[in-house]
Ligand binder design. Structure first.
Ligand code: NAD
Length: 294
């Protein structure tokens, strides 16, 4: 029977573990981890994401401060705010909610966040560390996808993994994480020829494209594990992923749904990254667990 991997349930477990860790850190240091989120403008989707992040922080004992800036905020002011947060020792993690009103600001603003507080993992230094398998911050969505994959395949060494999409926030770090875990990885994109036959080689197929129900049943090898990162809003207001879920489900060993799949994991991983930032900034080994059985 194909298994549906409910990221919502796994994220809940991660949040419980993070809350326990935060409580322990608070007892040990007298401080709680703190995440500062900068949001510029009034993009409705961004506002919902930021509200969800605040909720998750509250549930895990993390202090979250939202800096809501007007849409016309000049780049210099954004950079000034980031510089202040970089220097403030009370702040452990900084996240700039994307997209920014002016997309041209995104690169310079992302790179202005201190790599030690870059809990989104988008700074070039952290992306480089990921490539070098050194300690740093891993982008939250691919990190969450790896947890979901490992929930059904604890060892992926030697398996064929295909990633559809090569964005900096999902596709590329996803491929790197799979490679770091010793999978044989193929990254595909809009210029890939004969994508269906490339996908049919996959033991693990990750779709991060942004096209509703793009991946068809005929593209999926029997027994594959399918991770659907896509979040697409249909005209009737409902959400669907990049995978034709109903058709693909019977062919899989396991598959993530949309919603309740990858989405909740992204925020859970952001909380974990914030706790890791706190630990590193306070000289505590982030791997240290409050309860070794967790
Ligand atoms: P993006 O637009 O930056 O990248 C899309 C990628 O898909 C590109 O690399 C492009 O080459 C590839 N692509 C486009 N058309 C293609 C085609 N016909 N064949 C093969 N590849 C093709 O998007 P993104 O930021 O990586 O996001 C991808 C999807 O994941 C979106 O639906 C987004 O909403 C979703 N997303 C979800 C989460 C989450 O938390 N679940 C987080 C980030 C993004």
């Amino acid at each position: 029977m194909p298994e549906i991997i409910y990221g919502s349930l796994i994220a809940e477990k991660c949040r419980t573990e993070t809350a326990e860790k935060t409580a322990h850190l608070k007892k040990r240091t007298g401080k709680a981890p703190r995440l500062d989120v900068i949001i510029a403008g009034d993009n409705p989707a961004s506002r919902i994401y930021v509200r969800n992040k605040e909720k998750a922080a509250a549930n895990t004992g993390i202090v979250s401060i939202v800096h809501a800036l007007p849409v016309e905020t000049p780049r210099e002011n954004l950079l000034q705010r980031i510089a202040e947060l970089n220097e403030n020792p009370e702040v452990n993690g900084i996240l700039v909610q994307l997209p920014l009103p002016n997309p041209e600001d995104e690169k310079i603003v992302t790179q202005a966040v201190s790599p030690d507080k870059d809990v989104d993992g988008f700074h070039p230094l952290n992306l480089g560390r990921l490539m070098l398998r050194e300690d740093g911050f891993t982008p939250c969505t691919p990190r969450g996808c790896m947890r979901l994959i490992h929930s059904v395949l604890p060892d992926i060494s030697g398996l064929n993994a295909v990633v559809i999409g090569r964005s900096t926030i999902v596709g590329k770090p996803m491929a790197q994480l799979l490679l770091n875990a010793d999978a044989t990885v193929t990254t595909t994109h809009s210029k890939t020829t004969d994508l269906p036959s490339v996908c049919r080689r996959a033991d693990i197929l990750v779709a991060a494209v942004g096209i509703p129900r793009f991946v068809k049943a005929g593209w999926v090898r029997d027994g594959a594990v399918v991770i659907d990162v896509g979040i697409n809003r249909l005209e009737n207001g409902t959400l669907c992923g990049d995978v034709d879920f109903e058709a693909v489900l019977p062919k899989c060993r396991a598959i993530t749904p949309v919603p309740k799949g990858v989405g909740p994991m992204t925020i859970a991983m952001l909380m974990e990254n914030t706790v890791e930032a706190f630990c590193r900034q306070n000289g505590i080994d982030p791997a240290q667990r409050t309860n070794p059985s967790l």
